[in-house]
Design a protein around this ligand. Structure first.
Ligand code: ADP
Length: 554
């Protein structure tokens, strides 16, 4: 790690390490009666307070010490968003061990790979994942026991193949007098793996310091703008980059927290939003498509829900327009990645934009947004030369900052930084006001006749067509132009549109050579473990597809 020279005159402020345990202590002491409401896997609603959460998280930390879990050792979770998962966030990291959140939607082989790579000592899992645990346990030799996150009444009969412990029993054996250890703020706190669309997943190992700084920045008004007046329901799973830091930001802001458990369909979410007075949420675009469709189809409005962060994949302008114009929910576009804890940019307006007509303001909000303080970014060409911030020049997006990785866990992939900057793998423009817009992931960019075609733009245009529910654009090999764009489309239930009509819809909206060569209609797009469209799967699926239409060329 880089070290810096001391100054002859050092500041005289108290030196308190930035530790995750201080967030739950603050929440319990200053917002002790604030509620945490969880829809449990068992089906019922569970309610308690920050003070209860802190007490149980400390008992859990004591129980982990009793199990012999030491500083820096990894403890895994395989769980939905709920209060016990939150207790693990604080109990594990607070004790000095490392919380490793595993995505249960991954293939069992991938789960076993990650658990082995992380050398997890214990694995905590939600009721419902027992069959998954039984499948992966024989392949996870480092795990000493699997802990079922439920009460004794839900424990299966003894004598099964897996060494099981009961979460509530562990807590009962814990200690109310446990005090959090104090240690170096640069100590590891949690571990998340990238979803590994190419090659094996790689681990991003966050520190206490990076997590606390990220939580502060995320809560600010130019960030996610979370305050004590909010009721926050993170739809984004706690296994997807730590629910974008909300389990930390929401507590330091003192907001009421609502957890949806496994019920993420439009109807269940809508009912919980209404029943608990949710004001703010966050999730990937596909989640909002489900909720928006449910609300529109049933003629429903939200009574308290006013803002949501949409990120993890490009938010189609059509979705943002529907949320704002039809449902009165402000959609806040945000961009980030596992390697960035994850927040990088958020799209919010500046004072000078408030005088612009609504249509012009909307164009700014469609972008991925402005860097938060703590994130520096630049775009470079293929040779690493920095490109201008003019909203036109398009290059490889590089970032640096105190919550951005410098190396993957166990140095997987070797040196990752280039001159101190992390290459994001995204291709973007940055305008004169500092708003960044992703045009593509570098591996999804289409190169036609030597020129780049950005697939996100094409997808956004397609999704603005009233008959289109979802669209993904992929490049397929072409004998003359190397690659040409092909649009894969899911139509709205009951709606119809022809290939020709959809292609005509692009006329005048993009350069002629950007217009896709073909349209393929499918029932559903393949989505990965975090709800994003898997373009690599689509490219495989359509690898035999012949482009019949005459190529547009340049
Ligand atoms: P994975 O794709 O491996 O699941 P992440 O969840 O960290 O990993 O995804 C990060 C990537 O997701 C970014 O590099 C970017 O390509 C994409 N992404 C995230 N947010 C946005 C956004 N708002 N617009 C466009 N792309 C986004």
């Amino acid at each position: 790690m880089t070290s810096f020279p001391p100054s002859p005159l050092m500041g005289q402020m108290q030196h308190q390490p930035l530790l995750i345990s201080s967030i739950i202590d603050y929440a319990a002491r200053h917002y002790g009666a604030t509620e945490i409401v969880s829809r449990r896997v068992e089906g019922d609603l569970h309610r308690y307070t920050y003070a209860d959460c802190q007490r149980r998280a400390r008992r859990l930390a004591g129980a982990l010490a009793g199990l012999g879990v030491g500083m820096g050792e990894r403890v895994a979770t395989l769980a939905w968003n709920g209060y016990r998962h939150l207790e693990l966030y604080y109990g594990v990291s607070g004790s000095g061990a490392v919380l490793h959140t595993v995505n249960p939607r991954l293939h069992p082989e991938q789960i076993a790979y990650i658990v082995n790579h992380a050398e997890d000592q214990y694995l905590f899992f939600d009721l419902g994942f027992l069959p998954l645990i039984e499948a992966v346990a024989p392949h996870c030799p480092t795990v000493k026991a699997f802990v079922l996150m439920a009460g004794r009444g839900h424990m299966p009969a003894a004598g099964g193949p897996v060494r099981l412990l009961c979460y509530e029993d562990l807590l009962d054996a814990g200690d109310d007098d446990y005090t959090w250890p104090v240690f170096d703020e640069n100590a590891a706190a949690s571990l998340c793996y990238t979803s590994g669309t190419t090659g094996n997943p790689k681990g991003a190992l966050y520190s206490h310091r990076s997590t606390v700084l990220h939580a502060y920045a995320a809560a600010t008004p130019n960030g996610l703008n979370v305050s004590g007046a909010d009721t926050v329901l993170p739809v984004v799973p706690m296994f997807h980059v730590n629910a974008w830091g909300l389990p930390y930001s929401v507590l330091l802001a003192g907001a009421k927290l609502v957890f949806p458990g496994p019920a993420l369909d439009g109807k269940s979410l809508y009912e919980l939003f209404e029943a608990e007075g949710v004001t703010f949420s966050a999730g990937v675009p596909t989640v909002w498509l489900g909720l928006v469709n449910y609300a529109l189809q049933n003629g429903l409005k939200f009574s308290t829900f006013r803002r949501t962060v949409v990120g993890g994949a490009a938010c189609p302008p059509a979705l943002m327009d529907t949320l704002i114009d039809q449902l009165d929910v402000q959609a806040i576009h945000a961009w980030g990645m596992t390697e960035m804890s994850p927040l990088g940019t958020v799209s919010t307006l500046q004072a000078k934009h408030l005088r612009l007509p609504p249509g012009e303001q909307r164009k700014i909000l469609y972008k991925q947004g402005h860097a938060l303080f703590g994130v520096d970014m630049k775009i470079v060409d293929d040779d690493g030369r920095e490109l201008p911030w003019d909203g036109i020049a398009c290059g490889h997006l590089m970032v640096k900052g105190p919550w951005i990785i410098r190396a993957y866990f166990r140095d997987e992939g070797g040196e990752v930084l280039r001159d101190g900057w992390f290459p994001t793998g995204d291709v973007a423009t940055i305008d004169a006001d500092g708003y960044m817009q992703i045009t593509d992931r570098s591996k999804d960019v289409i190169k036609s006749g030597g020129e780049w075609i950005g697939t996100i733009d094409l997808e956004n245009i397609a999704m603005a067509h009233p008959a289109v529910l979802q669209a993904a654009c992929i490049g397929l090999p072409h004998p003359k132009w190397d690659e040409r764009p092909v649009l894969v489309v899911v139509t709205r239930p009951g709606a119809q549109v022809s290939r020709e009509a959809l292609l005509a819809h692009f006329q005048g909206k993009v350069a002629k050579f950007w217009i896709p060569d073909d349209v393929c209609f499918v029932d559903a797009l393949p989505t990965g473990a975090t709800g994003k469209v898997q373009k690599n799967k689509l490219r495989e699926q359509f690898s035999g597809h012949r482009l019949d239409a005459p190529a547009k060329g340049k």
